[in-house]
Design a protein around this ligand. Structure first.
Ligand code: KIV
Length: 271
């Protein structure tokens, strides 16, 4: 059982900031459906992210760009029905907040109202500050996301490590401080050098959740990756806790053989 499961009956944005203050690491995983969310929440996770990585993992798109607000709401409401304890963060999908702050607020309100989620996540810093401010002023908690921001993949052209150059690192540090000043409750840092992430985490009072960003205040992984269900994706930061691709492959093959041979169902497996 995680320390947080013992300490917090329900995880809130406030408990996450407190966890950082008390040097307790924060564990976050993605989920997009009821069954997976139920298992993860029961295991004692602090945060479930209904990530727009659903676009890749659930729908098979190459990028996160195609997923729609309606689809995110569908995934988020499935997750919300499953959880009892963790905080649920939902990605605002590409195109649902970049237009203007009114459009951003409308999207955030739809997520909160139609899915029952607890908070939203947005990619970017200074360029989306107006929208973050407006969403926060409506009482909706916001998690930031800096470094590798997959919704801007066509601007950057690759999924390589970000902020290795001084100018990009300086902008990232400024953006992280801005997100804290605006009132975000946490920031995800994706694929940036560990030293830079550590410096950012030290400069903030809100938690920094890393993915490929060293050992900061917390970690997030895509659940399907850490379970080894996806096996074509092997970045250095990914620790695989199971080899489910091969386990499932073996189970499916055995089932097919059993059905074809007439072994399944046996006498005990019928009425
Ligand atoms: O969509 C997602 O899964 C994410 C994580 C990789 C942080 O944004």
């Amino acid at each position: 059982m995680s320390t947080a499961k013992k300490e917090y009956k329900r995880v809130t944005t406030k408990s996450l900031v407190e966890m950082k203050r008390n040097n307790r690491k924060i564990a976050m995983l993605t989920a997009y459906d009821y069954t997976m969310a139920k298992i993860i929440d029961n295991a004692g996770i602090d945060i479930i992210l209904v990530g727009d990585s659903a676009s890749n993992v659930m729908a098979g798109h190459e990028t996160t760009l195609p997923i729609t607000l309606d689809q995110m709401i569908y995934h988020a409401s499935s997750v919300i029905r499953a959880i009892e304890r963790c905080l649920v963060v939902v990605d605002l999908p590409f195109g649902s907040y970049q237009g203007n702050s009114r459009n951003a607020l409308d999207s955030a309100i739809r997520i909160m109202k139609e899915s029952g989620a607890h908070s939203i996540k947005m990619e970017g810093g200074e360029e989306i500050a107006e929208s973050i401010k407006r969403i926060l002023s409506a009482g909706i908690p916001v998690m930031g996301h800096l470094g590798l921001t997959p919704q801007s993949i066509y601007k950057f052209g690759s999924y390589t490590v970000r902020a290795k150059k001084d100018t990009e690192a300086e902008k990232l540090k400024k953006d992280a401080l801005l997100l804290e000043d605006l009132g975000c409750f946490a920031v995800v840092l994706e694929k940036v050098p560990a030293k830079l992430a550590e410096e950012v985490a030290k400069s903030l009072t809100i938690p920094v959740i890393g993915i490929g960003a060293g050992n900061v205040d917390g970690q997030v992984l895509v659940t399907h990756d850490m379970l080894g269900m996806t096996h074509e994706f092997s970045p250095r930061f990914l620790r695989r806790y199971l080899d489910l691709y091969n386990e499932m492959d073996g189970a499916f093959k055995k089932y097919i053989t059993d059905v074809k041979s007439g072994d399944f169902p046996n006498d005990d497996e019928q009425y």
